[in-house]
Design a protein around this ligand. Structure first.
Ligand SMILES: [Ca+2]
Length: 283
């Protein structure tokens, strides 16, 4: 009796539970399927996005590599340009300085007649010497030779062509912030206005330098073919090398005016520009 009652109860319980359980599982399975599908869609989307982002990253990476390569190339070019410049920076400066400073007052605005007045203040200044209107010169101080020098030739960066004709050497050419030649006419008038020292400064690639001084530098006029009339006594710093003596008393030569003692034209043969050539040779 008791057992029967239990069986009945069990059956009823099964009846009650079965539909509920079956119905509940089916709903759960449906929801699970929907959720899975939704997640799958999300996953597909994310995968697509990831692929797109990866492509973008790849492109950026490639671009960066290209930029790096370009930077490397630029660095190499810069280094190369610098090396060339250093090789060209074989300096040759020729300066001269007067013994005494006097002020000329023939123009309305008085100007010094040399760079001596600008010692301690190097740079481009105007001077006035007898026989010429005032003109600009580059004044320079030198740690070894002292202050107040007029620079008459500067060859420092190889940017200027020194293979120039007679008239160009007579009047001067180039730029004070680079290579230049002051002009034979000015040099003549300056060196005839009072006594001047000539200072030649040469610096070689690698740092070796030498300085040569002559205490009475004079250049003749154009009728005299701007002859190097006098150098004076020689003094030197670092290296004893009186090379300029070879050119003393020589007339000036350019490719279109051969005044040298060589059977041909030194300015043309050596391609170093105009100079007071003897049988050629240059500093
Ligand atoms: Ca000749």
């Amino acid at each position: 009796m008791l057992l029967k009652t239990n069986e009945k109860l069990s059956d009823e319980l099964a009846k009650l539970q079965a539909p509920t359980a079956v119905g509940g599982n089916a709903k759960f399975v449906d929801e699970l399927a929907t959720a899975t599908k939704s997640l799958s869609n999300e996953l597909t989307k994310l995968q697509t996005q990831t692929a797109t982002e990866a492509e973008k990253i790849e492109l950026l990476f490639q671009k960066h590599l290209n930029n790096s390569e370009q930077c490397e190339l630029f660095k190499k070019l810069e280094t190369c340009a610098q090396a060339n410049k250093t090789n060209e920076a074989q300096k040759l400066q020729i300066q001269f300085k007067n013994d005494d400073y006097t002020t000329t007052t023939t123009e309305s605005t008085p100007r010094p007649d040399s760079c001596k007045a600008f010692g301690g203040n190097p740079g481009v200044h105007e001077i006035k010497v007898p026989g010429l209107q005032h003109f600009e010169v580059l004044c320079q101080d030198d740690s070894s030779a002292g202050r107040g020098w007029i620079v008459i030739q500067q060859r420092i960066d190889g940017q200027e062509n020194f293979q120039r004709d007679w008239v160009t050497y007579r009047d001067g050419f180039g730029s004070f912030d680079g290579d230049f030649f002051l002009g034979l006419r000015q040099i003549h008038h300056i060196t005839h206005s009072q006594r001047y020292e000539l200072y030649i400064y040469v610096e070689y690639f690698g740092g070796l330098w030498l300085g040569a001084r002559y205490d009475n530098f004079r250049v003749g006029n154009e009728a005299d073919q701007f002859k190097l009339q006098s150098l004076g006594e020689y003094h030197w710093t670092k290296v004893n090398n009186d090379k300029m003596r070879y050119h003393e008393h020589m007339k000036f030569t350019t490719y279109d005016r051969d005044n040298d003692l060589w059977y041909e034209n030194c300015a043309t043969d050596q391609e170093t520009g105009g100079w007071w050539y003897n049988k050629c040779a240059y500093w």
